[in-house]
Ligand binder design. Sequence first.
Ligand code: SF4
Length: 723
Amino acid sequence: MRETQSTCPYCGVGCGVIIESEGTQITGVRGDPAHPANFGRLCTKGSTLHLTATAAVTMQTRLLHPMRRTARGTAPSAIGWHEALDTATAKFAQVIRDHGPDAVGFYISGQLLTEDYYVFNKLAKGLIGTNNIDTNSRLCMSSAVAGYKKTLGADAPPACYDDLNHAQCLFVVGSNTAWAHPILFRRIEDAKRANPAMKIVVVDPRRTDTCEIADLHLAIQPGTDVMLFHGLLHLMLRESWTQPDYIAAHTTGFDALAARVHDCTPERVAQVCGIDARDLLETARLFATSAATLSLYCQGLNQSSSGTAKNGTLINLHLATGQIGRAGAGPFSLTGQPNAMGGREVGGMANLLGAHRDLANPAHRAEVAALWGLSEGHDVPATPGKTAVELFQAAADGDIRALWIACTNPAQSMPDQATVRRALERCEFVVVQEAFATTATCAYADLLLPATTWGEKVGTVTNSERRISRVRQAVPAPGATRHDWSAVTDFAQRLEALLPSSSAVSLFPYALDTEAGAEAIWNEHRESTRGRDLDITGLSWPMLDAQGPQQWPLPEGRSSGRARLYEDGVFPTLDGRARFYDVAYQPVAEAREPRYPFALNTGRLRDQWHGMSRTGTLGRLFSHAPEPVVQMHPEDMAGRKIRDGDLVEVTSKRGAIVLPAQSSTDIGLGQSFIAMHWGEEALSGRSHRGKRLAGVNALSNPAFCPESKQPELKHAAVQIVKA
Ligand code: SF4
């Protein structure tokens, strides 16, 4: 038996795993006791990874050969890699020649490795000359990115997991950590056991499992977080709980913010947020006066039409109270996906460039062009790229004609499915690069490219605490699957021959299908970080092999990374000061009204991951929640004569779905909740009275935050009636 150290491919906790294998077969998995994210623990998803990689599951679910459809709606046929990539190259080159580079787009994934992300980004922005490359991280973390940049000056979570052991107050907002980040939650439980005096406040419209450990649960009305944070600051000022010395020495913009929150009285905030004013005061006291306060937050803040404002106004509280840059204190966004952080580091999004550079900054564009060796006249384009919702809208409008989708399933996971599916149908050419043949998006592909996945891939990922871990290959790639970066490099090398030369030498000099090729890509990325806030010029793959996962920054000359940032009170802004975010509270984009009187919330279940292409292969992972349901408050159900298990029709302005109702006092009156994991295809085309069962994103709202462009997946106004 062989043992291989690698990383769990699910959530952003980034747990280390040891993969057991015999020959070509993965036979077991266990937590890596040496990995500083999990110290040997795994949750239900991580500990069953090997069961999702059996020969039987591989045969039933994996895409093992390139496939081409001669017509939409027909079964695809297997072809060879040369034919597949020649077809893709010819089609992309033709669209670029006929309609310009912005007529193509790439939609990639926070589950890709850093090396995959790097090559996709260079292909789009360096070779083709379009910024139309975005990722499902737009649905996950872009509000956290914008919130950090607007306040602290850089997309860098300042805290680390060890801060749980030093915090005296945990402020958990919009995060069901117990289910979405289970191993981190074990660490919270450990910290509470070791320090029973530590206070935990959970802010969530639902009473989730995370609330079980809370001293105080604030069940705010959906989308009212900014009002809550402003109200907390109002009380901190009134009670003299802010830190004027810290504010004066390390920040700017406090006076305007203080004036704004003047009107956010406890009475007003209690009324808007639907909470008790006494709980508001107690929360303000705990947050401001505890020796160290750590905020943990996730999609409840991010997936919002005011996501950046929610992130920024929470960070305001840390700056106003000096709860940052010390052990146990700071704002700490939890990453949803395993490598949303790594993707941001290499600039793999429509508005970003590598090493935390900004597309809108001409000097940054010039730096990246120089790093890539682009020849004169082949700059990184200045035109902003289309972000996720915009990208599919542009395809639906006919402006994007060729789309390359990798390692993600937008035909299930994007909001407003009707528009997304119209986009996929209208596109002239759709490439889907996937490990699994079972995703809804595969049905729309003209060309399917088979990718390696967990246990087969080689590269790196970065977890929520800025820690870079190796992903290692335990078994050979099955069938004709290839690493994502390798297939894209092969495509890019072919495309270079058809497009006007953008460089004197190939932009993609990586040895295909080898570990050395992946390491060369990572080394190129490493050099691009020199002098930046995430400088990793002191890190190497041999160092990761010898010393294990490392946190950034780790510049040349240092032997280890930095656990927490801003301990010196200096921020990566022009004047070294953090900036308060002065912004007005805005309610959710789609207000409840008589025709749509319920607030619909979405989120994760404990034992499933995303669209279930992997976890859905394992029966035991359905024992926790066997089917999709809409959860409602029992009084709302009684008022509509709906009983537990009755089929109900849930309707929004964008669509309707039918599913069983389930009563729950964890849901507030006038609210409802549907898990995000099931899509139309996962429900196997089941129908009720002629209506096909579909996933929650038939209903969800594509309205997005104007700063981060992250859509409001956490709220839509819906009607619910007995079907
Ligand atoms: Fe994997 Fe996240 Fe579970 Fe860790 S907590 S084992 S990273 S799913």
